[in-house]
Design a protein around this ligand. Sequence first.
Ligand code: SF4
Length: 167
Amino acid sequence: MSTPTLAVWKLASCDGCQLSLLDCEDELLALAGQVRIAHFLEASSDVRPGPYDVSLVEGSITTAEDEDRIRRIREESRVLVAIGACATAGGIQALRNFADVTEFTSVVYASPEYIGTLATSTPASAHVPVDFELRGCPIDRGQLLETLCALLAGRKPAIPDTSVCTD
Ligand code: SF4
């Protein structure tokens, strides 16, 4: 059996959930023996092409480019896990969903005409089927490790149902 591949992706986010993964330094070393990290730009510029067995997606969809990326990530991933409040609920940037985003950009940017953004910030599940959701801001390090180990072992993650969606 070939070594399973793991990919980690960033959309609109602060990188905090990816840092939770990097914070698992010792456990990642053990995990590295069982999985091939094929795409994780926060940790390495060595990028391998898909398909991937497991993809972790951090961040929300806020641009047309994000919409294309999440569809491509879904197509290339056997299991897609949305990690953190941004990827599972739109994050703090979803405050725009209740206001006029053009008003925000005109106040914040000197040349708002160059800002290409969607009117809303939405979770990955609003665009593609998502296999698991890990909630939190940032995610819980223990739950992340358990999810990765379980998925790589082909079993259901043993974490509270309130933190993971298996629909
Ligand atoms: Fe950062 Fe929180 Fe979003 Fe994670 S969920 S990327 S910690 S803002």
